[in-house]
Design a protein around this ligand. Sequence first.
Ligand SMILES: Cc1cc2nc3c(=O)[nH]c(=O)nc-3n(C[C@H](O)[C@H](O)[C@H](O)COP(=O)(O)OP(=O)(O)OC[C@H]3O[C@@H](n4cnc5c(N)ncnc54)[C@H](O)[C@@H]3O)c2cc1C
Length: 430
Amino acid sequence: MKPFTRRKFGKLAGAAATTIIGRGLWPGPALGRTTGKPKPKAVIIGGGASGATAARRLAEDFQGIDVTLIEANRQYTACFFASRYLGGIRTLADITHGYGNLAANHAVTVINAAATAIDGDKKAVILGNRTRIEYDRLIVAPGIDMKFDLIDGYDEKTTDLFPHAYKADTQISILKRQLEAMDDGGVFAISSPSRPYRCPPAPYERAAMAAFYLKKHKPRSKIQILDSKNEFPMSEVMNEVWGKLYPGMIEWIPAEFGGKIKAVDVKGKTLISSEERFTADVLNIIPDQHAGRIAQVSGLAGKNGWCPIHASTFESRLVPGIHVVGDAIDPGDMSKSAFSANSQARACAAAVGAALTGSKAVESPLTNTCFFMVAEDHGLKLGGTYKATPAGLTGLTGYLSQVGENVGTRKQTARDGDAWYAAVTKEMFS
Ligand SMILES: Cc1cc2nc3c(=O)[nH]c(=O)nc-3n(C[C@H](O)[C@H](O)[C@H](O)COP(=O)(O)OP(=O)(O)OC[C@H]3O[C@@H](n4cnc5c(N)ncnc54)[C@H](O)[C@@H]3O)c2cc1C
């Protein structure tokens, strides 16, 4: 399935691209059941880490609600754990998930189509073929889109050549094929974006997993990280790992030393900053980001490109009655991660379910742990706990892997990461 992009938005709008996958059997009574009236309708746009979780929780925890999930793609390729696929530790099948089970096993109607607009006054989502899907409460969970106007010579077409591999689509397979086709002694360049962006440590985990693959198959190759920043998360522990496991392979060039890319010479495969030119064999440009397009066009995103929300309910601060979850929100102290998205979606579903059924909202804990793999059996983690306050999602505690941890600790972190992935994807897609 091709990625859902700004360029394709117009095409989708013209095409009748709607497919209803199916609807699960109606289960027995549960929390917040409504009787005698039409069921209240919850509609979710986006079936990723946050949207699929919200659909599952609403369907399972509030069985008196009609739940519809609108997702542009037929399959979800998880960005989380995609670096393991790049490194050869996981297969593409391991990180690819369909929506059949969510529809068959739960009371969720899954519509395979792109939402192109939201009519907030009349409470309806408009699909590419102009079908209107009415809702009582809407959850918008579109993830991110790329900013295409900040690097000269770079646009959506260029992403076919230099895949960002930063959305839930098949670009990671293109990047992997390019790495596999690269000669031994080649250069793999990753340009890392400015904050805020999806999963801040991910470009550096990606460098480690690429190094893991190259060390085995093309050991004379090099990786250059051209950074828009002068810092990166987990840098101490990441530098320790790079130095010990991949000595001399990974070079990090911060913005102050010319790492911030301003232009790309597509034919010359060269990234250009104000100080230097970097020619590489494989280019992975990860551009700056903002909330997914549907959030931009429906007035949910603020001036900074992200969606401001009331932290206790995830209801938009800009459009009442519409909730936003996952990477599209202005997350306060919370990281943009699948773990956060899953945790936020549970809290959001609890609030939406309570609002629709008149039941009391059950407080749901807000937590995040990002697990990163930097070699086989070598895991790192970063996380925290959070609280909804009037100011936003406020951090309470935080933790991260430490420099000098022993092999057993790193192995255990890798195993904990595997267990988390299995559990969270089961909740989203089974
Ligand atoms: C390389 C990489 C590594 C990562 N590693 C980790 C990790 O180890 N741990 C971790 O916790 N997180 C990790 N993440 C982050 C994680 O992938 C995201 O934070 C998470 O997917 C966010 O969930 P989301 O629901 O907001 O967006 P997504 O999961 O991207 O889902 C959005 C969905 O909405 C759909 N959509 C968008 N617009 C529309 C529309 N108009 N109509 C219909 N459907 C629409 C999209 O097709 C997509 O399926 C990583 C990310 C990357 C890029």
